[in-house]
Write a protein that binds this ligand. Structure first.
Ligand SMILES: [Zn+2]
Length: 288
């Protein structure tokens, strides 16, 4: 059972919101060039999810409720930030147009106040406040594929996009939450060692863990995981391909004795490697 921690929760919400603002601004900028329907919010959600995964690992946060609230808040903040970014773009665009007009008609407006007024009226409407900008977007409608939607539908489409962003981010976090976590020292397991196991290593390892050797084949990879507090002797994960080419895996919670033997094996292997290499035997040489 993972305990709820206020300090982690608050820090998580803050950092998640900051990440969401950043991703939202990036989305506003990218969306100005390319914004494929439905795919774009999923892409934004994956980007946001990736950053949130980094944060829960950094904070060693595994409390499900806290994570869920954070992803929800981050998705809404991200959507808001994207709209805010578009609003800022509209502002910059307006200022650019206004400055252009002013530069082109400078001499003439100085001569005639009527003309100056006419120029003012020709200028597009300024975006106004953020609220006004959003209201105008809703009124004018937005184009989605071949359709133009207006009014409440625009709001619905925005919420739908935020929902897709949320779903994509949550999928990534859900996958990360399956990673082993130690609720005693409240940390995610870290990988301390990984590599490939050759048949001769397997033969040495087998008596340690009672692994069925014939089923494991040749391509065996291992990972050794540990929590930050080293509360246990570690967790060994073995991944291999069976005869049908299917990926198989097995997790082993090591006890202290097994870990000791494993460390001894690695030490022996390391000293073997550091000794001078033997000359290639005749069977390794290509036959002519
Ligand atoms: Zn621990």
């Amino acid at each position: 059972m993972v305990r709820f921690r206020w300090e982690k929760f608050v820090l998580w919400l803050l950092l998640a919101a900051v990440a969401a603002v950043g991703v939202g601004q990036l989305a506003a900028w990218l969306g100005g060039y390319l914004r494929p329907v439905l795919v774009f919010p999923l892409f934004v959600g994956s980007l946001l999810g990736g950053m949130l995964v980094f944060l829960i690992r950094l904070l060693d946060l595994a409390h499900r409720g806290s994570v869920l609230v954070g992803v929800l808040v981050a998705s809404v903040v991200c959507a808001g930030s994207e709209h805010w970014g578009c609003y800022l773009q509209a502002h910059r665009e307006y200022e650019r147009i206004a400055a252009d007009w002013q530069a082109q008609t400078q001499g003439l407006t100085a001569l005639s106040p009527q003309f100056a007024q006419a120029v003012q009226q020709q200028l597009p409407r300024p975006p106004g406040t953020f609220g006004e900008y959003l209201r105008r977007q809703v009124q004018e409608g937005r184009q989605i594929g071949p359709w133009i939607i207006q009014g409440g539908w625009v709001w619905a489409s925005w919420w739908l996009e935020a929902g897709l962003t949320f779903a994509a981010a949550l999928a990534l976090l859900g996958a990360t939450m399956r990673w082993p976590y130690c609720s005693r020292c409240e940390s995610w397991y870290r990988m301390v060692r990984q590599g490939r196991l050759f048949p001769k290593d397997l033969a040495r390892w087998a008596p340690l863990f009672e692994i069925e050797l014939p089923a494991m084949g040749k391509n065996v990879r291992f990972r050794l995981l540990e929590c930050l507090g080293r509360c246990s002797a570690g967790r060994l994960e073995l991944v291999w391909e069976d005869s049908d080419g299917q990926l198989q895996s097995r997790q082993l919670e090591l006890d202290a004795a097994q870990r000791e033997k494993l460390d001894a094996l690695w030490q022996a292997a390391a000293s073997e490697e550091s000794s001078p290499p033997e000359t290639a035997s005749s069977q390794d040489l290509p036959k002519e």
